[in-house]
Design a protein around this ligand. Structure first.
Ligand code: KG4
Ligand code: ZN
Length: 346
């Protein structure tokens, strides 16, 4: 394919890189919405024996993997660098060393091939994963972003206009899942294991706290809940009592889901929008999806969530976000740097 043909047809090929945590990913997306390739090299098996992500190891693995995943993404999409309209890269939030690998690689590709560079916020990318799974979806909508590092409600007014409605004061929802799972002896990352275990448990067996549950509050807090579960497990261990792991998983998960669902629906109603978009790794949680599905239907709100592969960290969502930034003229220069605590809308 040559680039003059590409322009005549108004076809925009966005190449993107994602290296914010423990997946090295590259993708090519056509016209913002059609995934041509989405290569994800996961480091989960490498970090699993440490019970969590080791930042230094993550950076080294990204260095090894970044060029091979870019090559494979271009190969599977059947395009070459000369067909690419813009290069998107996650520059925050995330682990600084991990982010730097993607940013340096994207800058090098952009400079060497004279392709515009777009710096993408990872959390905005998670929200935009929904545009890849739902061709009819358009703003405005309310987004609930629930990942390993973040829990936020974001009012998406337009493709390039966001308002942070509320976020967690302490732990993220995914972080609480992972820490509780770790203490229960489950592998990393613990979210999917708690999800499976909870399906066999009684969700009202143990009463765990729901923080900041007063009406009109759009902030979250999960550290008290996490401590309550850890205290429950420690007290049982001290007394030599056998616990029912499935009941603990189900009761903990219900406490998280109750808060997420109630605040997300209240936020949608408060901002008078009838679309709710779920995003981030915890969007894969079966109970969260089921509860949102039924509560949204009862409230006349249409629920959207990405396909499972687009819930996890991936570069296709970054390419989608980059495409809309490119359309809005939000282009970066070669001074683009990693910003580990980047905020939404910055
Ligand atoms: O978005 P993500 O892949 O990475 C970050 O940007 O943080 O999210 C990873 C988080 C982990 O905490 C993981 O345990 C959680 O998503 N997760 C789940 C499920 N699948 C992944 N949490 C609950 N239930 C799941 N099914
Ligand atoms: Zn993520």
């Amino acid at each position: 394919m040559n680039s003059s043909l590409n322009q005549i047809n108004s076809n925009y090929y966005t190449l993107a890189l994602e290296t914010s945590c423990d997946e090295t990913s590259a993708a090519v997306v056509l016209n913002g919405r059609k995934v041509l390739s989405n290569i994800i090299s996961s480091q989960i098996p490498v970090h699993q024996k440490f019970g969590g992500v080791v930042p230094e190891i993550a950076s080294r693995k990204h260095i090894e993997n970044v060029i091979p995943v870019v090559d494979e993404a271009l190969r599977q999409a059947e395009v070459s660098l000369k067909d690419i309209t813009a290069i998107g890269v996650t520059y925050g939030p995330g682990l600084v060393g991990a982010l730097l690998v993607g940013v340096a690689a994207a800058k090098a590709l952009s400079f060497a091939s004279d392709i515009p560079l777009i710096g993408v916020n990872h959390l905005e990318g998670h929200i935009f994963a929904n545009f890849l799974s739902h061709s009819e979806l358009e703003p405005p909508f309310m987004a609930l972003v629930v990942s390993g590092g973040h829990t936020s409600l974001v009012y998406v007014k337009d493709y390039n206009n966001f308002e942070l409605v509320g976020q967690t004061r302490d732990d993220a929802a995914g972080e609480a899942f992972d820490k509780v799972a770790r203490v229960m002896g489950l592998p990393y990352p613990g979210g999917p294991y708690i999800d499976q275990l909870a399906a066999q448990g009684n969700p009202s067996a143990i009463s765990f706290p729901r923080a900041l549950s007063e009406k009109g509050s759009f902030e979250f807090s999960f550290s008290g809940l996490k401590s309550a579960v850890l205290n429950y497990l420690n007290s049982a261990a001290q007394r030599g009592e056998q616990i029912n792991q499935a009941d603990v998983a189900a009761s903990f998960q219900t406490a998280v889901v109750d808060v997420l669902v109630s605040k997300a629906l209240q936020a949608a109603e408060h901002y008078n929008v009838n679309k709710l978009v779920l995003a981030g790794g915890v969007a894969a949680n079966s109970m969260l999806k089921n509860r949102l599905e039924s509560d949204c239907t009862a409230s006349g709100i249409k629920l959207y969530y990405p396909s499972p592969i687009l819930c996890t960290d991936n570069a296709a969502m970054i390419a989608c976000r980059a495409y809309y930034q490119y359309q809005g003229g939000k282009i970066a220069d070669l001074y683009l740097n990693a910003v580990p605590s980047l905020k939404i809308g910055q």
